[in-house]
Design a protein around this ligand. Structure first.
Ligand code: MN
Length: 244
């Protein structure tokens, strides 16, 4: 059996405020990402937050594809805005790792899949901006579902002739939703490939790279029960295998 492709998952930091080590940081990814990448036939590796540019480059040189995971809010200063009152917790050192990783991964031609905050990072890295809170879209539907994480709670329209439509083969799909922010200005070079009825952007992609797709929902939480959602990871893994 040949070697499986390796997917680097850009990791997050958890700051513990209770227990034995208050204030200590732990590197982590949610295990759903690990399971989804494994189910899709690849080897997941965690890429922890580091700040050295050359170190980040060497992290990325060792993987075939890059998964940008979800997390805290992005510091709005990175897209030229002052913080609004509804902005949540920010952890700029995580943002800086992810933004640098996107820039370097583009140089190296690595396929990228951005999930939730990961999609927003892709958008900001290429010059787009965000609504800091969905209150800025008064007509928006509910995007912070109160249901189990694998449960689909809203409908996403899928635009024709996109990577997303080639994955799902449907005009609309049902997804879960756990976000209070959304894309405002779409980054130059990207197109919207998924949207809810209220106009909120649920997926972006670009044809200028081997595979670069961002989704606002959490397919990794649905992949165990949904072959469609697993297929999203399988396509990402296939694109990563193709360049390695
Ligand atoms: Mn949503």
């Amino acid at each position: 059996m040949g070697k499986k492709p390796v997917i680097g998952i850009l990791s997050n930091l958890l700051i513990t405020e209770q227990g034995m080590f208050p204030g200590m940081k732990r590197s982590y990814v949610n295990h759903d990402y690990v399971q989804a990448i494994t189910l899709a036939g690849a080897i997941p590796v965690m890429l922890p937050v580091i700040s050295d540019e050359e170190g980040i480059r060497q992290q990325l040189e060792r993987v075939d594809g890059v998964l940008l995971s979800g997390g805290y809010d992005i510091n709005p200063l990175y897209y030229g805005e002052e913080p609004c009152k509804e902005l949540g917790f920010i952890l700029p050192e995580v943002d800086e790792h992810q933004l640098a990783a996107v820039r370097i991964a583009v140089e190296l031609g690595k396929p990228m899949l951005g999930i939730c905050k990961g999609m927003q990072v892709l958008n900001v890295a290429f010059g787009g901006s965000l609504h800091q809170d969905l209150l800025q879209i008064p007509t928006s539907i509910k995007h912070s579902q109160k249901a189990q994480r694998h449960v689909a709670s809203h409908t996403v329209q899928v635009m024709q002739d996109t990577i997303l439509s080639s994955i799902f083969g449907k005009e609309s799909i049902l997804t879960n939703s756990f976000h209070h922010q959304a894309i405002k200005a779409v980054a130059p070079g990207f197109v919207v490939s998924g949207m809810t009825a209220d106009g909120v952007v649920e997926a972006i992609e670009t044809a200028t790279a081997p595979f670069m797709l961002g989704v606002q929902w959490h397919p990794e939480m649905m992949a165990e029960k949904s072959t469609d959602m697993l297929n999203l990871f399988t396509r990402f893994v296939a694109a990563s295998a193709a360049i390695s």
